[in-house]
Write a protein that binds this ligand. Sequence first.
Ligand code: ATP
Length: 296
Amino acid sequence: MIEAEHLRKRFNSTLAVDDVGFHIPRGEIFGLLGPNAAGKTTTMRMLCGLIAPDDGTVRIDGKPVQKAKSCFGYVAQSFGQYEELSVIENLRFYASMYGVHDAERLDALLERYALSAYRNKRAGTLSGGTKRRLALACALSHDPDVLFLDEPTAGIDPVTRKQLWDDFYTLAAAGKTLFVTTHYMEEAQRCRRIAILDHGQMIAEGAPAAIKSELGEVRVFAVRVDYDPALTAAAENHPGIRLVNQFGSELRLMTMPEMGREAVDALVAPFAPDAAVYETEPNLEDVFMALTQERR
Ligand SMILES: Nc1ncnc2c1ncn2[C@@H]1O[C@H](COP(=O)(O)OP(=O)(O)OP(=O)(O)O)[C@@H](O)[C@H]1O
């Protein structure tokens, strides 16, 4: 449904996107993950035809992107609706841009995205979650096959985020293709496939579970210990450790395969003699941090 090949975009001295491509079939939710300034938004804007690539091609449903605009909807990172207009006025406006004047369809969208109660409220007065639902309803007003969502749940609480994701799954199950950029591991984990972008380059692509194999042979140990700067420094300076990451009361250590349990115990003991240490599987955050930090 989305075919992008060898995309490249430069802004003055910054090579924002460097030879990026992917093929995304109908009905898939594809996530583009990367740190700040990795090139996610620039990639998405090229996919939508909002900016032209310096190199490379984009086809949506087999058509060049400029001829496929009615096939997709775009939800920008920042609220793109008119704050002074009411919810229904915004929806009518977006629908009319695509030649849709079907009042029943718009009422159904308000109902579907729990917006009926806010029908005549000014968009600027809505909560963050309700604004996201309005943006989604506007992007879907012409019933597109593809939806581009730029950080769709940034700044949204976990309950509202889950509700939005339930909506995304419903759309994918109905055959829509969703392309999502995100910083959140939990969100990336929900995608069928993801690509990790760093400094404009794709450094990994695949199903979230499969992408862990990009790390090669590593072991991950979790130490039940509160943050201790001395232990963290010792771990960071240890030649057998690839990644050190504190999560609340758990210190995660990604080690080279030859560094085993005894060596981790020996490292931790002088700082936290009673701390429980156990071996675990790498999670997506471990993969993301290791791949992006090592490039730095
Ligand atoms: N219009 C522009 N003019 C100049 N530089 C730009 C422009 N748009 C993006 N860039 C640069 O291109 C690089 C990639 O930016 P982009 O916004 O695509 O990254 P991102 O991964 O979406 O980041 P974030 O997660 O912070 O939104 C950055 O260095 C940014 O400063």
